[in-house]
Every structure is written in C-alpha cells, then in structure tokens.
Design a protein around this ligand. Structure first.
Ligand SMILES: [Zn+2]
Length: 302
C-alpha cells in the first residue's frame, strides 16, 4: 500500500515546474564552519559551553551538516546582497577599506580600498569580504562588515544589519544583541595583534540598519541636514566600547583558549544529564557523558 502510494507520488513530481526547480536547488545541506575559532556569534549565545570545543578537539569528532531551507536561503541572500551593496556604495565614495575577492580569479586583495582592476587577471569585479579580528586574550574571533574612512584619522567599524521593513519602522534603538556584539568587536580589535588593528577606531562603532523595503520611515534628520528627502531606509546608532559588559562572555570563551594553550584541564560541562534538551542536541553529548573525559576545570559561577 505504502509503496503504491510512493509510486503514485513520484509520478507527480513536477520536474518542469520553475518553483519546484528552485526548491530542489536551494534546500541543501551546509557544512558547519567548524570549531577552530570561537566566533563572536557563538560566544554571545546563551548556553555557550567551553567543554564542547575541548571535546571536539580531543575526540576529533565531525560536526554534522545542517539543512538550510529554501526560505532561509532567500532571506540570507537578500541580506547579503544588500549588505554588499552598502559596502560597494562606500567603495564608490572611495571610503571603504577591507578585503576584496576578485570575481575573475578568486584571489583576495587584503585590507585596502576596492582595487580598480585585479593585478592577477585584470578583472574589475569584486566581492567585499569581512575583515576578521582575533582577540589574543579571549581567543574570540569576529568578522567586521565594513571599515569606513569617515574623515577621522582612524577607520570606523560599521556593523550592517539588514532588517525587514516592518521591524525597521518600529526600531527606536539598536537591538541589545547587536549593541553587545558590536561592543565586543571593539574589544576584540583592541586585543588583536593584527597590524590592521592599529588603523581602526577602538572607541566607537556604528550599527547601520538598512530597511529591506527600500522605503524606511519619515526621518526629520534629513530635513535638519537641508535635504529635500523625507524618507530614509537607514538608521545609524553609535556604540561605545563600554556600552556593553562582555567580561563574562570573554572569560567563558577564554576557557577554550586556555584549554588549548595547556593552562587548564578539560572544562566541566553545563548539562546535568545526557537527557537535558541541550545535551540531546549536542554533537559531543556521547563523549561528554561517556566518563572518559572527566571535567577537571570547574568554571561555572556558583
Ligand atoms: Zn583576478
């Protein structure tokens, strides 16, 4: 009965339908980006567990790929295209400094204004790539969306956040997670040993929200600038290095670095039993509760 049903179903797979073709093409597995670095986006997540990273190191376990559905792919793509457009607009003004991937030969030109043409293949097309910074203290790594020359001696960090037009309209202040992450980036830059860090302003950064609808809100700031426009698709908030307290995040993420540097032993975990909801979803759950890797470094606050 079931086989007959499946046969019948496969008979109706609409292989000549453009909508079906798109879903077939976009719904795919994406490789996990790995655990070589502790990314700022992971470190700022609720329930960050240094033991997970340590267990990944000692067991050499592979992380499962994750399914990305069609709607996520399209949403991500719209955001990415719009973010790249903002960087290119600043590059058109001669103000964006960063990494640029040649669309012809895929070679990367690092930390500079957008080149005119590729020194390797002569191509004039570029894709901006985020500049990654790594804290030598906490080991947290973060990718900066854009660095802009705004007229100050140092480059301004700009976090670009594209936002659904209805959410954008109601936005009155930067989201707490964005403020926290942006302040963390400033700290990572201050703790970075990269020669580029010297050229970046570590005291303040801008969060630039961009409406995904084109039209944003009626914005009186434009009138005060003497502009004839009344709507803006942009909202800009400036965040200071001390606008969020990231000390605990850096301490906990820093345990991964200290474990890798041999300063501390295997960290304790945060799940009480292998049946915790969090544990059941964790790729290292089996190793964690196997008894083979006792947690000798207690780090959770009492
Ligand atoms: Zn090239």
């Amino acid at each position: 009965m079931a086989i007959a049903f499946l046969k019948k179903l496969s008979h109706f797979v609409p292989t000549r339908d453009v909508k079906w073709l798109l879903h077939q093409h976009l719904n795919e597995k994406e490789l996990h980006r790995g655990v070589f670095h502790v990314h700022a986006s992971e470190a700022t997540k609720e329930g960050f567990c240094p033991r997970f990273y340590a267990l990944m190191d000692v067991t050499g376990a592979k992380l499962p790929s994750q399914w990305v559905n069609t709607s996520e792919q399209v949403t991500f793509h719209i955001g990415r295209v719009l973010q790249d457009a903002v960087v290119h607009w600043f590059a058109d003004m001669g103000r964006a400094v960063g990494h640029w991937r040649c669309l012809g030969c895929a070679k990367l030109q690092e930390f500079q204004k957008r080149p005119d043409k590729c020194p390797h293949c002569g191509c004039r097309g570029w894709k901006p790539e985020e500049v990654r910074v790594l804290s030598a203290k906490s080991g947290i790594s973060g990718g900066i969306d854009m660095l802009a020359e705004v007229g100050n001696p140092l480059l301004r960090v700009v976090e670009i956040k594209t936002m659904d037009k209805d959410l954008f309209k109601g936005l009155a202040a930067p989201l707490a997670e964005h403020r926290q992450r942006t302040a963390l980036y400033l700290q990572l830059i201050a703790e970075s040993q990269s020669p580029w860090a010297k050229r970046i302003d570590k005291a303040r950064a801008d969060i630039l929200y961009v409406s995904k609808g084109g039209y944003g809100v009626q914005d009186p700031e434009l009138k005060s600038w003497g502009m004839a426009e009344s709507f803006s698709p942009f909202k800009r908030y400036t965040v200071g290095a001390k606008d969020a307290d990231n000390a605990e995040i850096c301490r906990v993420a820093g345990i991964v670095k200290r474990f890798r540097d041999g300063e501390v032993g295997m960290p304790a975990g945060i799940c009480s039993t292998a049946l915790d909801k969090r544990a059941k979803a964790c790729p290292t759950c089996k190793a964690c509760f196997s008894g083979d890797y006792p947690g000798v470094h207690a780090w959770l606050p009492d």
